[in-house]
Write a protein that binds this ligand. Structure first.
Ligand code: GLU
Length: 465
């Protein structure tokens, strides 16, 4: 009998078969938060035994995405602990030893039947192999099957309560394939047991595997971990979340410039709601407030707008230096062209963006009119005499303005409007078109400030139009 672990041990067990999907990330985040909350251990186990499905480079990609989200692991690849190795393919001897234990106890048997049902082992009829006793010798080329009981299996799920799998629902499933490789259910249960995992929190798509895993724990005389199967993530149309709903992987969200803290926050909310009802939460608050009891059993709907809203809020909280550093990989020509004026421009666009990748386009407004369309728009406002006069008056004010800052510039524009009877759009539209050639964009006073006194006044005079 194994001694139970003294502190809770959670795990995330991804298969390196592709990039990290938001569903997998949500599972990882929940386990990580629960482990941190409980002062327990978060184990990362890479389930790479399904050789045909492994994708080269996928493991590094997964680890990289987890790190980007700000998740770290106490034990796992690169973090050796007492229960390694943490790559399932390196645990084959342990799987075989567990199979031998079951063979010895008469709880499993060698099967030499053609490997038709091996993968899922969906054969209900027991074959003749089941009556051949184990004689202590390994039989190469035979698979090892579990001798499933006939009684119902009860899975106690922390989210769903008792889930009963009726009598006769479990077949004699394969533990080791004829080439010696463990099946997923066997490897997962053996490893969860050997790694003293206390809580298996994973996607609801694994609920049907659980009776097999419970039976293996019991047969090996190990404590059955607490299972919790979290509902799936659906798209806004309530179909399983897929590509056609937009970005579904962590990597895509990263490329789109979402902040990792926003994705962490959002994917946490998809699992549970905080008791205070607050939705905008940083990682410390998430750790404090996470609660397995508050994870609901109904499906979660992925709402890209809500993610954008959270990303916007997290972005607003970034200090200038951090914003600059985070934005760096997403910046391009406009940012370079701004040179030393970039800091002021970034401060001006911060409130307008929800993702880091939106910044570069916003920065263009600070470069003045640049395109033929801009030239045409400026020509159009030049056709109205009163407007041209108002712009000239604004230029005169900016020339004498002291101090030269955005607040004073804003006040000067409003005064010109008041003096000359231009209000609202009649005032700001021509000012904006004169300064940028655009209809919409960041705060005008800040644009004029970043353009600089000389450039701004010359644009307001419609020089060159
Ligand atoms: N490797 C499995 C998967 O990626 C893990 C399932 C589990 O958490 O037990 O779906």
């Amino acid at each position: 009998m194994h001694t139970p672990a003294t502190t809770p041990r959670f795990r995330f067990a991804p298969s390196p078969t592709g990039s990290l999907h938001v569903g997998g990330a949500r599972t990882a985040i929940l386990n990580w938060l629960l482990a941190k909350h409980a002062g327990g251990t978060f184990v990362l186990r890479v389930e790479d035994t399904d050789v045909e499905r492994n994708v080269p480079g996928a493991e590094e990609g997964l680890l990289d995405d987890l790190r980007w989200l700000g998740l770290d692991w106490d034990e796992g690849p690169g973090e050796d602990g007492a229960y390694g190795p943490y790559r399932q393919s390196e645990r084959a001897p342990l799987h075989r030893a567990a199979a031998e234990e079951l063979l010895q106890g008469g709880l499993a048997y060698f099967c030499i039947c053609p490997p038709s049902g091996e993968g899922g082992g969906d054969r209900r009829e027991r074959c003749g192999c089941a009556v051949v006793p184990y004689e202590g010798a390994w039989r190469d080329g035979a698979s090892v099957r579990f001798r499933a009981g006939d009684e119902p299996v009860v899975v106690r799920d922390a989210i769903r309560g008792e889930v009963v799998f009726p009598a006769g629902s479990q077949e004699d499933f394969v533990l080791l394939r004829s080439d010696g490789r463990a099946t997923y259910n066997f490897a997962a249960a053996v490893d969860d047991g050997a790694m003293r995992i206390t809580h298996v929190v994973r996607g609801a798509d694994h609920l049907n595997n659980t009776p097999k895993q419970v039976a293996i724990h019991a047969a090996l005389g190990r404590p059955v971990p607490i299972f919790a199967h979290i509902p799936l993530i659906l798209g806004p149309d309530r179909q399983k979340l897929s590509k056609r709903h937009g970005a579904t992987s962590v990597g895509e969200h990263r490329r789109l410039g979402f902040l990792p803290e926003a994705l962490l926050n959002y994917l946490s909310l998809l699992s549970w709601s905080s008791e205070s009802g607050e939705e905008f939460l940083d990682r410390e608050q998430l750790i404090r407030e996470v609660d397995l009891e508050r994870v609901g059993a109904s499906d979660a709907v992925f709402d890209p707008e809500k993610l954008r809203w959270l990303s916007h809020r997290h972005l607003q909280g970034l200090p200038a230096a951090a914003l600059r550093e985070r934005a760096e990989p997403y910046l391009g020509e406009a940012a370079r062209a701004l040179g030393p004026r970039l800091a002021d421009a970034l401060a001006a666009v911060q409130e307008r963006v929800s993702t880091l990748s939106e910044i570069e386009a916003e920065l263009k407004a600070f470069l003045g009119p640049r395109t033929e369309a801009h030239a045409a728009a400026r020509e159009a406002i030049a056709a109205d005499r009163a407007t041209v006069e108002m712009l000239g008056a604004a230029a005169n004010r900016l020339e004498r303005l002291d101090p030269w800052d955005a607040a004073a510039i804003g006040a000067a524009f409003r005064e010109v409007g008041k003096d000359l009877g231009f209000r609202g759009r009649a005032l700001f539209h021509p000012l904006r078109v004169a300064l940028t050639g655009e209809e919409h964009g960041p705060d005008l006073a800040r644009i004029a400030f970043v353009l600089g006194r000389g450039h701004a006044t010359s644009l307001l005079r419609l020089d060159g139009v």
